[in-house]
Ligand binder design. Structure first.
Ligand code: FAD
Length: 511
């Protein structure tokens, strides 16, 4: 059924609406003027209006829309996951936005691949839907997560998808065995390491440039029942990185199951300071345990240990104590709670609920995420953490190490050169007003500083506007990226909000 709501007001719309009426979509269509969500994202920094917001019912609808756009000289198609981009990446200015959430119920089928369990899920499903269904129905769970799960499968696979398990299993892009993709030509293709591998690896981390992911086959493992969740504090960056790198370099079974970390201020600021560390609200952070040498910035290592209800509590205590015993955190600055596995994975959802209640969830988020090589992370700390953002950013400053060898170099993700690199996330919450522009400028200054110093870094969830910047970002992968574009989306119809290629040609970018 097609439901064209409201007036048609854009460009050559008579043609377009005629086209739509001939498409025979199973989903629904809304005029861009009335489609609030399509012109908004979590960043709150950009807003452009699409021509139509389409809620497809599945891959066939997606293919029909892409083919319809291809028949016009100018229209583009943006798949919108849950709109959690920062810089308008899921928008289409005057084109078609596909709300992939309308396909979330498709698939959801347990399959066995070479004796191992996997789940087939829609590209429009949220990871939290995958979690709750897999755990409750099968006692199984994906191996690699994002911290926050109200993100779509297709959205994170188009970037990478990282969290505290990625040191062991790699990013989410290393944990799928098959995709169904609608290419920029409107073809529906199933791809894997052995079937259409160029499309498979291209789409993983491909920023939506080569196809729209309508189904993913995600690897599963047995879900634990419980998680011991621990935070320990460091005053010295070198000790924090030494311990974090030690933990992520241990063999399977000889480390924690999750390793992350963050930077916080050595003061009592409720958002940026000591109160941000305690896991148990009944415990207070006691700064008297800090050494005299502690500076204005401190570091917290966050780890988690999985166990089952049937495990002997003393076995869990012993294993955790043995691991903690090898770390050099500030004695007595440790916070621990035991929570269910699902509760642990939904931890950011709880923070979202609180932020919504306090009215700070829907304010602008000029976030900056980078991958910074171990070789430059001490300089990064000295320049960025200890100077530029030393007073906090009104949100978390994440930092934890990842291992390049757990990422597949055939995917489209651009990474630093070093084997150990850090994800750094400046997750700013900024009230509407002039300070938003200032924070955007501060992010730009950090990126420019990294470039000027010649640091080994890449933007994660990259956002560039010029061809030169994109070429520099992809480095020696640029040719492959451009060739994949020419093969799978030669008219540059897909994901225009990334601003890499311009409709009509694959050889130029927007300036
Ligand atoms: P959207 O923002 O809607 O889309 C992102 C891009 O992917 C767009 O270019 C879009 O066109 C394209 N796209 C969307 N769906 C598809 C599809 N099915 N096929 C092809 N292309 C598609 N990232 C992490 O790695 N780890 C984290 O822990 C993490 N935590 C986050 C927490 C919060 C609160 C937020 C806001 C973001 C977080 N992110 C994290 C970033 C997240 O991975 C990106 O925002 C990502 O874009 C996924 O969001 P989405 O599903 O809403 O996709």
């Amino acid at each position: 059924m097609i439901a064209c709501l409201g007036r048609v007001v854009h460009g050559s719309d008579d043609d377009v609406s005629t086209l739509f009426n001939s498409l025979n979509l199973q989903g629904t269509v809304e005029n861009g003027d009335f489609s609030g969500i399509a012109s908004k994202d979590f960043g709150g920094l950009n807003s452009v209006k699409p021509l139509y917001l389409i809620k497809p019912s599945g891959a066939e609808d997606v293919a029909r829309v892409v083919k319809a756009a291809a028949r016009t000289p100018h229209l583009t198609v943006a798949a919108r996951g849950n709109g959690h981009s920062i810089n308008g990446q899921a928008m289409s200015d005057g084109g078609y936005v596909l709300d992939m959430r309308s396909t979330s119920e498709n698939h959801f089928k347990l399959v066995t691949v070479n004796g191992s369990p996997c789940i087939d899920v829609s590209g429009g499903a949220l990871w939290e839907e995958v979690l709750t269904r897999c755990v409750s129905r099968y006692g199984l769970a994906p191996r690699s997560w994002t911290d926050y799960l109200s993100l779509t499968v297709g959205g994170t696979l188009s970037n990478a998808g990282v969290s505290g398990q990625a040191f062991r299993y790699g990013p989410q892009t290393s944990n799928v065995t098959e995709l169904e993709v609608v290419t920029g030509k409107g073809d529906i293709a199933v791809c894997s390491e052995t079937q259409n591998p160029e499309l498979f690896f291209g789409a993983l981390g491909g920023l939506g440039q080569f196809g729209i992911i309508t189904r993913a086959r995600v690897k599963l493992q047995q879900a634990p029942d419980m998680v011991r969740w621990i935070r320990v504090v460091y005053s010295e960056f070198e000790e924090f990185t030494r311990d974090a790198e030690f933990l992520v370099s241990q063999k399977d079974g000889e480390s924690f199951d999750y390793v992350e970390g963050f930077v916080f201020c050595n003061n009592d600021d409720p958002v940026n300071g000591w109160p941000s560390v305690q896991l148990n609200p009944d415990q207070e952070f006691d700064p008297s345990h800090l050494p005299q040498t502690a500076g204005s910035v401190l570091y917290c290592l966050e780890v988690a240990y999985h166990y089952r209800n049937s495990d002997d509590p003393s076995t869990v205590d012993t294993a955790v104590s043995r691991l903690l015993g090898r770390l050099r955190f500030v004695e007595r600055l440790k916070s621990t709670v035991d929570v269910s596995y699902v509760e642990f994975l939904l931890r950011v959802k709880r923070a979202e609920e609180q932020a919504k209640a306090n009215g700070v969830w829907d304010i602008p988020h000029p976030w900056l995420n980078l991958f910074v090589s171990k070789s430059d992370i001490v300089d990064f700390d000295r320049t960025v953490f200890k100077k530029m953002v030393k007073d906090g950013i009104g949100g978390p400053i994440l930092i934890y190490p990842l291992l390049r060898s757990k990422w597949d170099s055939r995917t489209s993700v651009a990474l630093p050169e070093g084997e150990i690199f850090y994800i750094v996330g400046l997750l700013r919450f900024v009230p509407k007003g002039p300070s938003v522009e200032k924070k955007v400028a501060e992010n730009r200054e950090i990126v420019n500083w990294c470039i000027k110093e010649g640091w080994d870094f890449k933007l994660y969830l990259p956002h560039y506007r010029s061809k030169e910047d994109w070429k520099r970002h992809f480095g020696n992968q640029w040719t492959r990226f451009a060739q994949r574009k020419a093969s799978f989306d030669p008219k540059a119809i897909l994901a225009p909000g990334q601003r890499i290629f311009k409709r009509g040609t694959t050889s130029t970018t927007r300036q």
